[in-house]
Each structure stands twice: as C-alpha cells, then as structure tokens.
Design a protein around this ligand. Structure first.
Ligand code: MG
Length: 255
C-alpha cells in the first residue's frame, strides 16, 4: 500500500511535468526569454536584385548602358560593358565607407606578362588600390597580383578566372579618419571577396598604395571619388554599384 502511494505521487508529478511542458510549448506560459530592452527600428527593406542588377538602395555607377557616373578617360561602351581605351575614370560622386561591387574581365587575347597583362585597379578614395590583373598562370610579385592591396598585402588565395572571363570584387571599406591637424585617428580597413571568395578580411590599410614609395597616410576629406585605373590594357567592367549605408542599425537603449 505504501509503495502504491509513492507510485501514484511519482505518476502525478510526471503527468504535471508533461502538462507544463505541453502548455509551455504552446506559448501559453511565459518563458525565460531574454529581452535587451533596446527598441529597434524596423530594418529598411531592400530589394537585393539578382546577379546582374544592383540592390534597390545602391548608387548605380555603371549598368551597362553609359558611363555618365564617371568622368575622365575614354572608355568604349558596348554589349553591356565598358572597355578601357585610354585614361582612367573616376566617379563624379564622392564616397567614404561603402560596399562596392564591380565586375571586370581582363583581355581574352593574352598579351604581355607580369604587371603588363590585364592591369587595371580599383582605387578607393583615389588612393587605396585593389589591384586588377590577369593573374591566371601569370606570375608577378605577390603583393601586386590580382586582388592585392597594392604593395601592402597579397590576396589570401588566387581566385582568378581565365583571361576574358567575368570576375567580381565585393569590397567592404571602412574609410580612415583624421583629426583637425591631419593626424590619423583611425586607419582604413577593407574586406574583399574575389569571385565570392574572401581574399582580405578586415585588413588594416597602411596608407596610400604607391609603386615607388612605402605606404603612408596623407590627410584627406571624408569622401572622395572611386577611381578605375587605366594601365594600358583593354580591361572591361560591368555591373558597378556602391552602397553607402553600411553602418549598423541603431536602436534606442533604455534610460
Ligand atoms: Mg593596377
């Protein structure tokens, strides 16, 4: 009898636990949910586009039809791309920290070697170059091959496609900052994906990228144009866009 009562109690407790679990799973009993107390605005809705179009909140720099977002240089526009004919181009609009997407193709007809094959470059703020080069079976100095932060850091891997094939850079750039005396207060940082593969992850930029001198910073405005280099090779670009609002969503913290 005594044993029987203990058995009943165990059965009742077990049944109770099962019931609580079921009710809890239906959301009828408050759970121990963590609440930060921060009041978040709703994240803006962005149409991300597809592989060939820009997101809805991007500044389109080149959609395959005209180069009117750029100035300088002579680039031939045809078949949805622009090809270097002579002279670099820079955006009319200035940019600081940003996300930049650009597609490029080095010439299908291979000419030259090393730095003389399919050379161009994406210059953030007109001074921080992400090298563009035909680096498909084309040895050169590593901190000057395709994807290098020129003369500062080679790409982590060589993700280059064959000459003539379309390639992409997705660049996330944090612009450097300077105080009123022109002293650097925060270096620039850059993350780069080449054909979807991370080749730089939050790399600390050491300053302007130069051929004939070590990298160094010189104070400059918060925003400057993006420059696409002409290095004498008929490199092509297409589908170029930039997003400026890359900071975190700001919530309101409790008093
Ligand atoms: Mg270059």
């Amino acid at each position: 009898m005594k044993f029987c009562c203990i058995g009943n109690k165990v059965a009742l407790v077990t049944l109770g636990m099962l019931l609580l679990g079921w009710v809890g799973s239906k959301g009828l009993v408050p759970q121990d949910e963590y609440l930060s107390g921060i009041v978040w605005p709703e994240p803006p809705v962005v149409d991300p586009g597809d592989a060939t179009t820009a997101p809805s909140d991007a500044v389109v720099l080149f959609d395959g039809t005209d180069m009117s977002a750029f100035e300088g240089g002579n680039w031939k526009v045809e078949n949805g791309y622009a090809e270097v004919r002579g002279g670099g181009v820079k955006t009319k609009q200035a940019f600081g920290s940003c996300q930049l997407h650009i597609e490029f193709a080095t010439p299908e007809e291979v000419k030259g070697n090393g730095q003389g094959r399919g050379n161009s470059g994406v210059y953030l703020m007109e001074r921080y170059e992400i090298q563009v080069l035909d680096s498909y079976e084309n040895p050169t100095y590593f901190d000057g091959q395709c994807g290098a932060i020129y003369k500062q850091q080679p790409p982590a891997v060589n993700a280059s496609r064959k000459p003539g094939e379309w390639q992409s850079y997705d660049i996330i750039f944090d612009a450097p900052t300077f105080d009123e005396e022109g002293k650097l207060t925060k270096p620039g940082y850059v993350t780069v994906l080449h054909n979807g593969i991370v080749i730089h992850h939050h790399f600390e930029i050491q300053g302007g990228t130069f051929y004939n001198q070590p990298p160094h910073y010189t104070a400059h405005p918060e925003k400057l144009p993006i420059h696409i280099q002409d290095h004498g090779d008929p490199v092509r670009i297409r589908n170029v866009w930039v997003r400026e609002n890359i900071g975190p969503l700001i919530g309101k913290k409790p008093e």
